[in-house]
Write a protein that binds this ligand. Structure first.
Ligand code: NAG
Ligand code: NAG
Ligand code: NAG
Ligand code: NAG
Ligand code: NAG
Length: 380
């Protein structure tokens, strides 16, 4: 590890005003010293697992708070941090509640006179799964186009999307995490070589719903991005806006974990003291459905939309460029199974033990089947 004294010497001879080249780039930022890594698959630096907000330790279900600056060098080298969830692919319960981190990927061409545009990515996952690791959201291909990529975590499931009618847990906590991440990027990305006037907010599926809602929640005095990309979803999606209240579910979760109470606050306080893996397990047991939440008028409400908001004015959308689209045959692996040709061929591939887990070749075979069907213009 480079000592602070040594770092100060090195910082004088820079590329970026603050970046030191070498095996491990060291950045001097307003948040303190941040040490990243050099990528081994391209000409870029990686700053992994930087906390952009922190959890309120007395209320893990409430709003996240600003993260204090670092007193010692922050080693930005861990992209395995995940918010509590049942992992999407192997279905094991994973994650830690101190998960509000972001990963920043910076092409080496960035410097103080060559500030690069920024792509800020919001993962999907239906309010319950997803994380920012390179395992799913690596930068390798995009970073070649001289843009900075940022991918952040936000809380999921009970920690991100409980909608209770109390100021401690008003709802939309996960969206507020997202907004905190946007603010962090707007405030600090220039120190990483980014241009804060060129930020594109991009998301797919539930991430696209998020991007759309973030656009709606923006006001003219706080423009945190200037372009958006919505991939295969939007805030008018039937998956958004279920507007449930979760009081009963929270009481059931507490009961499941051994505390009988009819008081939602008591249940939340209790659940804040329980291991997050057990809380996720309990939330799965009581089958909660999450959605964005029409908040009551507590402070700092996240502006969501109601079902009657079809013609709403969106002041934050002024001068914001849009790209929006969907994927052909999307969700065919779910809905296509009712169509005989698809289910026959897919069944053969998916259910044969030889193909578990799927290899690249299986995926290719599946893609060929789906492509063949779309060539025939099957309407699925
Ligand atoms: C943290 O949560 C507790 C319990 O809800 C609350 O009293 C306190 O004000 C919160 N802290 C901050 C800094 O918001
Ligand atoms: C499940 O996935 C997580 C996240 O990638 C990983 O850390 C964990 O080791 C995996 N567990 C098993 C049993 O494969
Ligand atoms: C900054 O980057 C540009 C483009 O890569 C390059 O032409 C210029 O020389 C760089 N400036 C410094 C000070 O490194
Ligand atoms: C929660 O429980 C799991 C499984 O028993 C354990 O691996 C993990 O370390 C615990 N987490 C905390 C924060 O105590
Ligand atoms: C939109 O962009 C135009 C041209 O750059 C500028 O004159 C105008 O002030 C912008 N409007 C808003 C609301 O930002």
């Amino acid at each position: 590890m480079i000592g602070v004294n040594c770092a100060c010497v090195l910082i004088a001879a820079l590329l970026l005003p603050n970046i030191v080249t070498g095996e491990k780039p060291l950045l001097k930022t307003r948040l303190g010293l941040i040490q990243g890594l050099e990528a081994d698959d391209g000409d870029y630096y990686m700053f992994l697992g930087i906390p952009y907000a922190k959890i309120n330790e007395s209320n893990l279900f409430g709003e996240s708070l600003p993260h204090p600056p670092f007193d010692t060098i922050f080693e930005a080298n861990d992209d395995s941090i995940m918010c509590p969830q049942r992992e999407e692919f192997n279905q094991t319960i994973q994650g830690t509640i101190n998960c509000l981190t972001l990963n920043i990927y910076v092409p080496k061409t960035a410097n103080s006179t060559n500030k690069l545009p920024v792509l800020l990515y919001v993962y999907g996952g239906n309010y319950i799964v997803g994380f920012n690791g390179r395992y799913m959201y690596g930068p390798k291909y995009l970073v070649r186009h001289d843009i900075i990529i940022v991918v952040f975590n936000y809380r999921l499931g009970p920690y991100g999307f409980l909608c209770l009618d109390i100021p401690e847990v008003p709802g939309n906590q996960g969206y507020k995490d997202q907004k905190n991440a946007l603010r962090w990027v707007y405030n600090y990305i220039e120190e990483f070589g980014g241009d804060r006037n060129k930020i594109t907010l991009d998301g797919h599926s539930f991430g696209a719903i998020s991007v759309d809602l973030l656009l709606h929640s923006m006001n003219e005095n706080e423009k945190l991005f200037d372009k958006v990309i919505l991939q295969s979803e939007g805030s008018l999606s039937p998956y958004a806006k279920l507007q449930r209240l979760h009081e009963k579910s929270v009481l059931k979760m507490a009961r499941h974990l051994g505390t009988n109470t009819n008081d939602v606050r008591q249940a939340i306080t209790f659940l804040s003291s329980v291991n997050s893996s057990l809380v996720i397990e309990a939330s799965l047991k009581v089958s909660i459905v999450y959605s964005d939440c029409i908040e009551k008028t507590f402070n700092n409400a996240f502006k969501s939309m109601s079902n009657s908001d079809w013609n709403i004015k969106v002041p934050g959308a002024k001068n914001v460029s849009f790209m929006i689209g969907n994927t052909e045959n999307e969700l065919i692996h779910v809905y296509g199974l009712d169509i005989p040709e698809i289910s026959r061929d897919l069944d053969q591939i998916l259910r044969s033990s030889k193909y578990s887990p799927l290899t690249a070749i299986d995926t290719y075979e599946i893609a060929k089947i789906i492509h063949g069907l779309s060539q025939n213009e099957r309407n699925v």
